[in-house]
Design a protein around this ligand. Sequence first.
Ligand SMILES: [Zn+2]
Length: 367
Amino acid sequence: MTPPVQGTKRSDVGKKEKSGPQIGWQQGVLITSADDKHHHLYSDRIDMNWGSRFHRFYQSTNRSHSQSQFRRGFFNRSKPTDDRPFGGAFEDSWLRRNGFSIAKWGGGLAVLFGAYYVYHLEKVEVTGRWRMIDLSREQEIKLSEKPYQQILVQYKDKILPPNHRDVLAVKKVGKKIIDSSNIPELQQLDWEWNVIKSEEPNAFVLPGGKVCVFTGILPLMKDEVGMATVLSHEIGHIVARHTAEGLGYNKFTWFVTVFIASALHVGLLAPTVTGLALTLPFSRKREHEADVIGLVLMARACYDFKRAPEIWKRFSERPKGEVPKYFSTHPPHKDRIHMLEMSMPRAVAEAEKSHCQPKNSPPFTFY
Ligand SMILES: [Zn+2]
């Protein structure tokens, strides 16, 4: 509360008016008219205003100083100044000049890609792994139609007839795996079974259920369980939709490659960097997943899944130089056996659920 100023009584008002304005200091405040309370408040405000005016004046002198510095820096960027750190070497560098743009564009694109990635996340039901899939199953099948037609044309004269013993064997094992898989998406596909007469030891399944087994791999399979091991692995790739995942992942590696190449000025080195850091581990991960799904499919089909590690080991133990291309693209033997052993309890549980009975008829053999 401000104490009442002398001479503000209602009874004094007339007197003061008559005696004229009184100017002076009262209680530390400049009073121009002692009978006017508002005047007193006004004079108080004058004091405050002067304080803030001085503060603003002080700020403005500082600001004009920093503004002139800014102008100097803006218009004479290349002008070397001795007082800058490292003689201005960093400030004049390419990274410093473009760093903000790189961070801005790179950050913006990363946020967009992150949102796109999260939106398209899907789970592989058998293994519980989440991955990005931005193609529908129909689109994935459509994309594989042309390569399949090319294979049929390329091996036109080498495709064995549908009633051939080897074709019937592949179809029997494959159908058994699919029918007992308990995966409707797999059972709805339009399956086609091809055995191609070729020395090349190879086998693959294209999205849409197009199976191609080369006769060169049959002696390596040896028997029905060997064939079930290879087919279950290849069908495992279809279950996890690795083709669609790979196409989506390629977009990601392309983005990282372009960003590394442009941001760090490493040019052609960028694909090597992303290949080593991203593509190879990713393809190994897919192969391991196909092995695990293959083991589960074998167990559901009542095949002796415990023999799977032995069969893969037999394939990898061929003399050096004779390891077929098919196996060289797959995971190293040690890693593979370790992963399979780790997944055995899961396969045992699947086999128990399938109520498998001991077989009466011996498995067929090749050669
Ligand atoms: Zn594979």
